[in-house]
Write a protein that binds this ligand. Structure first.
Ligand code: ATP
Ligand code: FE2
Length: 316
């Protein structure tokens, strides 16, 4: 079986093609970017409409496949930005009608988790999902995902993006902050862990103030925000692993591309005699291959469901 997956929950439009044994044969993305930072919803929707055919054509070329090889189309039904989701859904609907393919709506967050698990050939890890919108610690119980810890306010990626916007680093900000952090030293910031949950908004306010009052350099703030937020998540995840007695940790989501974050989690896992896994760069952020794979796993449960902007992973 060959599945075509379409991602369009936020700034990335992606088309991936996977086979039912978990092989990724194409994974093409085109992301809306802006130098001033931020995401303007209608511009994102226009972007997706404009690049869709080109991204699809490249995916078919990379895979050496055409519509006749595709068994069905999976698409990201949510969660996400309403205009981006509708843009993606309308494109998928058009392809579905034109080429006579069934469509399967899937949960974007569950797709991040399942592509990481199949890539690493793992069955039952503690998942740490850190992206733009989401920061969650998730485990599977009785076939359902259960969120056992999460941010009480901003997702870490969005928080980093907001700070990067103030520093005029452009969007997405996480990678730029990672580069600046290499030349920074530690300044003290609030450390906010509440049980299994974390909070980032107070830290954001603090670093914005320190920057505006010129009390710390860009580099020091980038270094310190990384060290603080990554340490908070490492602490909570360590507790999750201790409680659940699971032996594997899987980091997914765009912030998972950060090398320092991976290093800290890897040290924690090694010290506990457990194993840390992440996903390669091209599978960490949003892309279509994860949607295709999640579609394969859910093909008998889900079908055309239009869009669902607030669909939580624990509702899957
Ligand atoms: P979600 O999956 O919750 O819908 P999303 O689609 O916005 O959110 P991803 O594409 O998974 O999320 O991740 C994007 C985020 O990852 C952005 O906030 C970006 O700044 C952050 N990011 C990307 N690379 C890095 C990096 N090297 N260090 C830190 N953050 C990073
Ligand atoms: Fe995502």
């Amino acid at each position: 079986m060959i599945i075509l997956g379409v991602e369009s929950t936020a700034h990335t439009f992606g088309v991936g093609i996977v086979t039912s044994d978990g092989a990724i044969v194409a994974n093409v993305t085109d992301s809306f970017t802006s130098t001033e930072g931020g995401m303007i919803p209608h511009e994102i929707a226009d972007h997706h409409k404009n690049v869709a055919e080109k991204v699809l054509a490249k995916a078919f070329t990379d895979a050496g496949k055409s519509w006749s090889d595709i068994n069905f189309i999976a698409y990201s039904a949510g969660p996400g930005l309403d205009p981006a989701l509708w843009a993606g859904y309308n494109i998928v609907k058009e392809w579905s009608e034109k080429y006579g393919k069934k469509i399967v709506g899937v949960n974007h967050c569950a797709a991040h988790l399942s592509i990481g698990a199949v890539w690493n050939k793992m069955t039952d890890p503690v998942y740490l999902y850190v992206s733009g919108v989401n920061t969650q610690i998730i485990v599977q119980e009785g076939g359902k995902y259960k969120v056992i810890g999460e941010t009480l306010d901003l997702g870490l990626g969005n928080m980093l993006d907001k700070f990067a916007r103030l520093l005029q680093l452009g969007f997405p900000g996480g990678p730029k902050i990672e580069i600046l952090a290499k030349n920074g030293k530690y300044v003290e910031l609030p450390y906010v862990v509440k049980g299994m949950d974390v909070s980032f908004s107070g830290i954001l306010t603090k670093i914005q103030q320190l920057y505006e009052r010129k009390q710390a350099s860009k580099e020091d703030l980038c270094f310190s925000v990384q060290e603080t937020c990554f340490a908070m998540l490492t602490e909570v995840v360590e507790r999750a692993m201790a409680h659940t007695e699971k032996k594997e940790l899987l980091l997914v989501g765009g912030v998972g591309a950060n090398k320092r974050f991976c290093e800290m989690l890897n040290i924690m896992c090694t010290e506990r005699g457990t194993q840390f896994y992440n996903v390669p760069m091209n599978l960490a952020g949003d892309q279509g291959a994860m949607i295709a794979w999640e579609g394969f796993l859910r093909k008998d449960t889900y079908s055309d469901m239009e869009v669902n902007p607030h669909w939580r992973v624990d509702e899957v």
